[in-house]
Design a protein around this ligand. Structure first.
Ligand SMILES: Nc1ncnc2c1ncn2[C@@H]1O[C@H](COP(=O)(O)OP(=O)(O)OP(=O)(O)O)[C@@H](O)[C@H]1O
Ligand SMILES: [Mg+2]
Length: 150
């Protein structure tokens, strides 16, 4: 996997296993800047939460990253950065309408990086990155991650 160039534009990365995911998250963390909002797209079990765990580790977040499926937003500190980790899976359309103002208010805080699982359910949010995860039929440890800057 060659990730020396900035991840602008559109590119699909083959992430062969969890060690490769660590490397990918490390590289991607170097692309992020405060204010970024990252859409995480992909089916159940495609790796959105696992990627967030690896990204938070790369950003030196201090607390354990767990799925926000039921809490809706988890917050982690990483030095001067605040990482917001949200998950829209459980929400119906009207619930999303009610929830988004809270998320938007929190992501506007300075030095905040936001990750949103099931972001395709809220296309109206201003994403700066879109990461789309897909499983490979012949390798349960591998994922394709399509990265695009918005
Ligand atoms: N290369 C890989 N990248 C990501 N996850 C992987 C990889 N290989 C194996 N896995 C495993 O796949 C599972 C992914 O689960 P995870 O909870 O991250 O998915 P998710 O996309 O967040 O699902 P959900 O939509 O339910 O929130 C984990 O058990 C993880 O260890
Ligand atoms: Mg998840």
């Amino acid at each position: 996997m060659i990730l020396r160039k900035p991840m602008s534009g559109n590119h699909t990365f083959l992430v062969k296993n969890l060690q490769a995911l660590t490397d990918f998250a490390e590289k991607f963390s170097g692309q992020l800047k405060p204010g970024d909002v990252v859409a995480l797209i992909g089916t159940l079990g495609s790796g959105k939460t696992t990627f967030t765990q690896h990204l938070c580790k790369a950003l030196r977040a201090t607390s354990k990253v767990t799925s926000p499926t039921f809490t809706l937003i988890n917050e982690y500190s990483a030095g001067v950065l605040t990482i917001l980790h949200s998950d829209l899976y459980r929400l119906q359309e009207t619930e999303i309408q009610n929830f988004l103002p809270e998320l938007e208010a929190r992501l506007e805080n300075p030095n905040t990086i936001t990750l949103v699982e099931w972001a395709d359910k809220a296309p109206q949010l201003m994403y700066t990155w879109r990461l789309s995860f897909s499983l490979l039929p012949d390798n349960p440890d591998a994922r394709n991650i399509h990265v695009s800057s918005c």
